[in-house]
Design a protein around this ligand. Structure first.
Ligand code: 5GP
Length: 219
């Protein structure tokens, strides 16, 4: 579609944003899929969580996480400033509410890299806005290979990570969609397809009545 018509098409109908959650056991490719999606699609932005865990080298405060202390975290919970929160690997993680609500109202989609506990809370609080995708590895040996490639961990650490992965994977049936990451390009195309279809849902296209009224007025 030529650029001008593409713009007209996108501007034609006001839309409420959606919340896209990608969850997976670590090593299944969730981070790569998130990065590719954010690079390829200006209509979606990442929800930056707060966490009490230490900043890792290479991470940027405000881009990867907002790194805060336990006291500040507790205050945010008490004031209702978090949409969901959970304890993962002994640290607290949570999603700040305000940026999510602002994005949804302005028709922007938000991507969440959160675990199954957070996804359950979002489902309870914002089911209509939520689109949840679980990413599975094609096999356990494949997942183990990816974990080993990523970090120089000892056999014991790898075994512990594999056990955690099995536990995380047991939540697959709570998600709307499941993508098996045999090939990253194919898995990415599948996530894009899910997003494209969900954006077209009638109830998300809040400007449809106006649009149809304008069409009818042209008769
Ligand atoms: P990491 O410390 O390796 O960045 O993340 C550990 C786990 O915490 C990952 O499974 C990640 O998806 C999850 N996580 C990160 N941010 C949040 C959050 O705001 N809420 C919840 N529930 N989980 C999160």
């Amino acid at each position: 579609m030529p650029a001008e018509r593409d713009r007209q098409h996108k501007d034609a109908i006001a839309r409420r944003g959606l919340m896209l959650v990608l969850s997976s056991p670590s090593g299944a490719g969730k981070t790569t899929l998130s990065r590719k999606l954010l690079e390829a699609d200006p209509g979606i932005e990442l929800s930056v969580s707060v966490t009490t865990r230490k900043q890792r080298s290479g991470e940027i405060d405000g881009r990867d996480y907002h790194f805060i202390d336990a006291q500040r975290f507790e205050t945010m919970v008490k004031r209702g400033e978090l949409l969901e929160w959970a304890q993962v690997f002994g640290h607290h993680y949570g999603t700040p509410r305000a940026p999510v609500e602002a994005a949804l109202l302005s028709g922007h989609d938000i991507l969440f890299d959160i675990d199954w506990q957070g996804t359950q809370q979002l489902r309870e609080k914002a089911d209509h806005d939520l689109v949840s995708v679980f990413v599975l590895p094609p096999s356990m040996p494949d997942l183990e290979r990816r974990l080993r490639r990523r970090a120089q961990d000892s056999d014991e650490v790898i075994r512990a990570r594999m056990a955690t992965a099995a536990e995380e994977m047991s939540h697959w049936a709570e998600y709307d969609y499941v993508v098996i990451n045999t090939d990253i390009d194919r898995a990415f195309a599948e996530v894009q397809t899910i997003l494209a279809a969900e954006r077209l849902k009638r109830e998300r296209q809040t400007g449809l009545s106006d649009f149809v009224r304008r069409l009818q007025a042209q008769l």
